[in-house]
Design a protein around this ligand. Structure first.
Ligand SMILES: [Zn+2]
Ligand SMILES: [Zn+2]
Length: 346
């Protein structure tokens, strides 16, 4: 079995599968403390994932009932999905940043296709053509969009307070708020010497914030109640990336792919990637364009007409996060009186 990796110094990772997802696995980390082992993230809520987690704990010499707590990097179902089941089986507490707990609460309370209305309204406002909106409207009116993933996600028991050490006897694990991928994403800095004495300041459980080969999705925070347009997720992400880069950690233990060492180079590459995207977007906006037109013209991992339907909606959100950054910077303005709204470089 290759599901478990021992990282030394009382840290293990368990590769928990994500069904039907190109990401493949969540790396659930296990951290020994004087009061019992603690999980960092839990994995997708699925029978095979659960069995893998139980077998992984077993391989680490830990039984589910011994678990003391769960520290969740962010609310996404590949990280927080199994938390409720683990709590039921073990009595362990769940800790999360309040901003993501708010997302969990909101999602659990969703009723009557509010999410579908929000999605349709937003795409229409972006200038999406009628043929793109049609299947969504049909699904909504047929009641097929009532359920969204995370509808029964567990409500956490504790808040993770940014800047504080977590209450984990025998360990120094500090929470660092890294909004961007989600509003309440946290990285967890294990402020202890690296077990193999690698140079740098401890180790970082980076969740989805810093991954070795993937640029995490940065879209709007998707809050149907936030009509103010105040949020700037890409600005948040770039700020928190720089903050993580300055830590100078010896090793990064991310929630997907694999552990890696040169965090500063990875941070630099991600900052460069987004800067280049912002520059390209600014060039596109030499002429006034709707958000939909912007999204169609931006560069994606394949030509626009070959992007699957759902991924196009995610792309719109990602384009909007970049657009909003440029608006915040004062580089782009809306065209007065345009409907759907068009944007242009200043
Ligand atoms: Zn995520
Ligand atoms: Zn993830």
């Amino acid at each position: 079995m290759t599901q478990v990796t021992e990282h030394g110094g009382g840290v293990w990772s368990i590769r928990v599968p994500i069904p039907d997802n190109p990401l493949g696995h969540t790396l659930v980390h296990l951290l020994d403390t004087d009061r019992g082992p603690v999980l960092i993230d839990t994995g997708w809520d699925d029978a095979e994932s659960w069995d893998t987690l139980v077998a992984g704990l077993d391989a680490c010499g830990v039984s589910m009932t011994e678990l003391h707590g769960m520290v969740i990097t962010h609310h996404h179902p590949d990280h927080h999905g199994l938390s409720g089941k683990v709590r039921e089986a073990s009595g362990a507490w769940i800790a999360m940043h309040a901003a993501d707990t708010e997302v969990v609460r909101r999602t659990r309370e969703q009723t009557g296709g509010r999410w579908a209305d929000y999605l349709v309204d937003r795409l229409a406002a972006a200038g999406a053509p009628a043929e793109h909106l049609a299947p969504l409207v049909t699904a909504r009116d047929g009641g097929r969009l009532r359920t969204v993933p995370g509808l029964d996600a567990a409500l956490p028991d504790r808040d993770i307070t940014p800047g504080d050490l977590l209450d984990l006897p025998g360990r120094r694990l500090r929470a660092i708020w890294t909004p961007g991928h989600t509003p309440g994403h946290v990285c967890l800095h294990l402020e202890e010497e690296h077990p193999a004495a690698l140079p740098g300041r401890g180790r970082l459980f980076s969740g989805d914030h810093l991954l070795p080969e993937i640029s995490p999705h940065i879209g709007l925070y998707e809050d149907p109640a936030d009509a103010t347009g105040a949020a700037d997720p890409l600005g948040d992400y770039l700020d928190s990336l720089e903050r993580i880069g300055r830590l100078g950690v010896a090793e990064v233990l991310p929630a997907h792919q694999y552990a890696f060492t040169d965090s500063a180079a990875r941070v630099r590459a991600l900052l460069d990637h987004h800067e280049a995207r912002l520059r390209d977007l600014l060039l596109l906006l030499a002429e006034p364009l709707t958000l939909w037109q912007i999204t169609e013209r931006m560069e994606w991992n394949r030509p626009w007409d070959r992007i699957p339907y759902g991924s196009k909606n995610i792309a719109v959100s990602e384009a909007e996060a970049h657009l909003r950054r440029l608006v915040k910077l004062g580089d782009v303005e809306t065209v007065p009186g345009s409907d759907p709204l068009r944007y242009q470089a200043v």
